[in-house]
Design a protein around this ligand. Structure first.
Ligand SMILES: [Zn+2]
Length: 128
């Protein structure tokens, strides 16, 4: 059974408890790494400048404390185009487990304008 590295665990610990519960269950079925949970001002603005995020601090879901967004990547991590299907596979596992746990999430890979495949965020009722 796959399990998280120390680095993944530390990143996950900065996330909302529902995301922690979800990812700690999903890892039993598919091996992936948690890249990022909470992002402070410097990290967020760097992500913005590098094109990994569309918003500046403090407007991102990663800027909430605890973070209501988490970035994950299938392990071993490969960013090439031909391995994109692995992100969709991972998202399938994670969204299935989320349904079982009754946790409502959105996958960035489902967005129309800008696909953010590593990104998962809690659907917050007050925002909808
Ligand atoms: Zn993200």
């Amino acid at each position: 059974m796959p399990r998280f590295s120390k680095r993944s665990k530390q990143a996950l610990e900065t996330c909302h408890e529902d995301l922690q519960k979800l990812m700690n269950e999903a890892i039993k079925y598919y091996d992936f790494s948690v890249l990022c949970g909470y992002r402070g001002e410097e990290a967020q603005n760097k992500a913005f400048e590098q094109g990994y995020s569309k918003v500046k601090f403090p407007n991102g879901r990663h800027n909430e404390r605890p973070s209501t967004a988490v970035d994950c990547a299938p392990y071993p991590i490969k960013w090439n185009r031909e391995f994109r299907w692995r992100f969709a596979f991972m998202a399938g596992v994670i969204t299935t487990v989320a349904k079982q746990l009754d946790i409502e999430i959105e996958w960035g890979g489902d967005w129309q304008k800008w696909k953010d495949r590593p990104h998962f965020q809690l659907k917050l009722k007050e925002n909808k």
